[in-house]
Design a protein around this ligand. Structure first.
Ligand code: PLP
Length: 421
């Protein structure tokens, strides 16, 4: 047992075999103003040689008292991964830690455990209920996990109101396909996220930490349900000096419209993106190739498509080339060559699904190529599809109202090879 007195301590758990469970439910954590903080999360923190996840104390003074001795003895130190979301134990004060904590633990309200074992509960009257409560796994088809904390109730607030991700769209994300309880192409997505972070000067936590976060979320997701796993990293609070990034993961079920589109295809309309195809390469501030959370234009494009009776948009450059869709990559078959738009010179997002298909195109007897194409030229190809992690595949049935060549059999074969139901 660490050198933190048990008296006054609500939760003090070793990470051992319960590591997966601790932190899945933060309904028992209150986040009060800084001077009233009464529960600290200490992810990956070692105290007295033992890993400590949570220390709850009555108030800040008590917190200092509780932690003073181990700090004095010098046996408080960080565990394997800490920094971006750790609470700094500064001898003589925890001002920075508490400030960060406010950001980390904007988790208020009543306990609404989702897929978790409740390991203790702090009530408003400061009574402690330690009766273990079993709750059903994932009562709703949505999982939310916070880096350094674990799975939290799906409706728990986890962003500060001034998080730059929320107020400026200043952050990045990845969406992965969840199949059989696993994230497909996780490594490839984390690699792209690293590239996005570099383009944004964003201090993305190390890949193993992100992979852990994904595992924590996936651990409570029902393996039989097809889902989309998002990992999001925002720049953090606006007013903090050197703010810690905010990193969380969500999993949600794939909706019926996307699944239907895999079989039925979609009606697509072209829409200008308002820039020449080579513009983003020359203007790095346009963040070509980065998957940022600034998707308002992408979503507006799709709303506009629906307003004119279509399902999705194909963005076109001002010099007349097809680029990509707001959430998908364009691929087309020209004879026996499977083609896509080159990502580097155009600044489109390099699609992981498309990359995977191109690597496996030989199995279909196809060559591959990256080339520019105009919407007019697309009318004469042997098939065109939108690909993305959540969508899988959707054939373009019409482009600007003109019918496209469509083979349900070929689309089905590609879909099956990509592993989508
Ligand atoms: N292009 C854009 C703009 C996207 O947002 C996405 C996916 O979200 C894609 C392409 C397809 O990328 P991936 O296959 O990696 O999901």
């Amino acid at each position: 047992m660490p050198d933190v007195d048990e008296e006054g301590v609500v939760l003090l758990e070793g990470l051992g075999e319960r590591a997966q469970q601790i932190g899945r439910d933060l309904g028992d954590v209150t986040a009060d103003p800084a001077d009233e903080v009464d529960v600290l999360l200490l992810p990956h923190r070692m105290v007295g040689g033992c890993p400590v996840r949570e220390v709850g104390v009555g108030d800040e003074a008590e917190l200092l008292e509780q932690l003073q001795r181990p700090v004095d003895r010098g046996d408080v130190h960080t565990g394997s991964r800490l920094g971006y979301r750790g609470v700094h134990l500064i001898r003589g004060g925890v001002a920075e830690g508490v400030d960060r904590l406010q950001h980390q633990l904007a988790l208020r309200g009543e306990a609404k455990p989702a897929g978790a074992e409740l390991i203790g509960q702090r009530r408003r009257e400061h009574e402690i209920d330690t009766r273990p409560t079993r709750v059903p796994r994932v009562p709703e088809q949505r999982v939310v996990a916070l880096l350094g904390v674990g799975v939290v109730p799906a409706d728990a607030p986890i962003l500060r109101a001034d998080d730059l991700g929320a107020i400026r769209g200043d952050g990045i994300f990845e969406t992965m396909h969840v199949r059989a309880g696993r994230a497909w192409l996780l490594d490839e997505h984390l690699a792209r996220m690293t590239r996005s972070a570099a383009r944004m000067d964003l201090a993305l936590p190390p890949r193993p930490a992100l992979a852990d976060l994904a595992s924590q979320a996936l651990a409570v997701w029902p393996a039989g349900i097809e889902g989309a796993l998002r990992i999001v990293c925002t720049r953090g609070p606006e007013d903090a000096v050197d703010p810690p990034v905010t990193v969380f993961a969500t999993i949600a079920a794939i909706g019926d419209p996307l699944r239907r589109a895999r079989r039925d295809g979609i009606a697509v309309v072209t829409a200008t993106l308002g820039i020449p195809s080579a513009m983003r390469r020359a203007a790095p501030w346009l963040l070509g190739g980065a998957k940022t959370v600034s998707y308002a234009v992408n979503m507006a494009s799709q709303r506009w498509a629906r307003s004119v009776g279509a399902d999705d948009v194909l963005w076109v450059s001002t010099d007349g080339f097809a680029l990509e869709a707001p959430t998908s990559t364009l691929v087309w078959l020209d004879g026996s060559t499977l083609c896509t738009v080159p990502a580097e010179p155009t600044g489109i997002l390099a699609g992981t699904t498309t990359r995977w298909l191109l690597v496996h195109a030989g199995e279909f007897g196809w060559h591959t190529d990256e080339r520019m194409v105009t919407p007019n030229e697309l009318a004469g190809v042997d098939g065109a599809w939108f690909l993305s992690s959540a969508r899988g595949i959707a054939a373009l049935r019409t482009l600007d109202g003109v019918e496209m060549p469509f083979s349900a059999e070929m689309t089905g074969r590609i879909r099956a090879r990509l592993g989508y139901p």
